[in-house]
Ligand binder design. Structure first.
Ligand code: ADP
Ligand code: MG
Length: 266
């Protein structure tokens, strides 16, 4: 894990009318790091994602990616700088193959410009072949190689989420934002997802994830940031977070005794 942050979020604030969804939020994210954002419903987690990904411009504060300010830039400009995300509620494009779903994800980073098309069809075709090979690699990476020729409608919910992850990876991100990736997954799918996320981080990608399932999260995250009513109330290792009095009161409640006792394996 590198000491230089890849993403620096500083004093971020977002208001929706009279409601302050995110307030004075500061944290860093490093290459190869798995950082979890947790907190009760309505705490501002998804809004933070939307600010980082460029869906909303912050009211105050700044976001830097690789030392350059990205706050206020549109989604596609931030994606082009290597920041990809998955959504809390999103399913693949029905009626398309797995490969085509991934090639859609590839669009922001590897589409051909009009110029490319003018300079030569053969080169475009070669690039398309390369993109298809890469898509097949990604499908294998998320463990869906047996389904590669299927229409996405044949996938289970959990397989759809894994495909969505492959689609985000097709943009070759430096940073990936995952909004509740384990929600709705079966236990074996969750185990597979955990291994995939570790593998992504091991390749140097910075992973920021929102997750409610603490059994999934605690053995996976290197660091946790806890939000409550838009504010950061704690930041630290999973071990420290589950013992933090304020976090227990605001979010973890009764479950914490059980969680703190569990060995950090799985
Ligand atoms: N587009 C929006 N317009 C108005 N209010 C919003 C919008 N998005 C989120 N909010 C509000 O901001 C707060 C934080 O929401 P959100 O970031 O979705 O929380 P979380 O993801 O932690 O559950 C909530 O009170 C929510 O109702
Ligand atoms: Mg949310």
């Amino acid at each position: 894990m590198s000491a230089i942050p890849l993403v620096s979020i500083s004093r971020l604030t977002k208001h929706f009318g009279g409601l302050t969804a995110v307030q004075d939020l500061t944290f860093d994210l490093h290459p190869g790091e798995i950082l979890a954002l947790i907190g009760p419903n309505g705490a501002g987690k998804t809004t933070t994602f939307n600010l980082v990904a460029g869906v909303f411009a912050p009211g105050e504060g700044s976001i830097a990616l690789g030392g350059e300010r990205i706050d206020g830039l549109p989604v596609h400009a931030i994606a082009a700088r290597g920041l990809m995300r998955t959504f809390q509620h999103n399913m693949p494009f029905a009626g398309m193959s797995l490969t085509d779903n991934i090639l859609v994800g590839c669009h922001t980073r590897c589409s051909d410009s009009l110029f490319d098309i003018l300079i030569g069809r053969r080169r475009v075709r070669r690039r398309e072949t390369a993109a298809r090979l890469r898509a097949a690699e990604l499908i294998k990476f998320v463990g869906l190689q047996d389904r590669i020729d299927d229409d996405v409608s044949a996938l289970s919910f959990g397989e759809g989420r894994l495909l969505e992850l492959a689609r985000a990876l097709a943009g070759e991100p430096r940073v990936i934002l995952l909004d509740e990736p384990a929600a709705g997954l079966t236990q074996p799918e969750m185990t597979r997802l955990g291994a995939i996320i570790r593998d992504i981080a091991a390749r140097g990608v910075a992973v920021l994830l929102i997750e409610h399932d603490m059994h999934f999260l605690l053995p996976l995250a290197h660091r946790v940031v806890v939000l409550n009513f838009g504010r950061k109330i704690a930041e630290g290792t999973p071990e420290a977070i589950v013992r933090d009095r304020q976090v227990i009161e605001a979010y973890l409640g009764e479950a914490v005794g059980d969680l703190a006792m569990r060995p950090a394996s799985a």
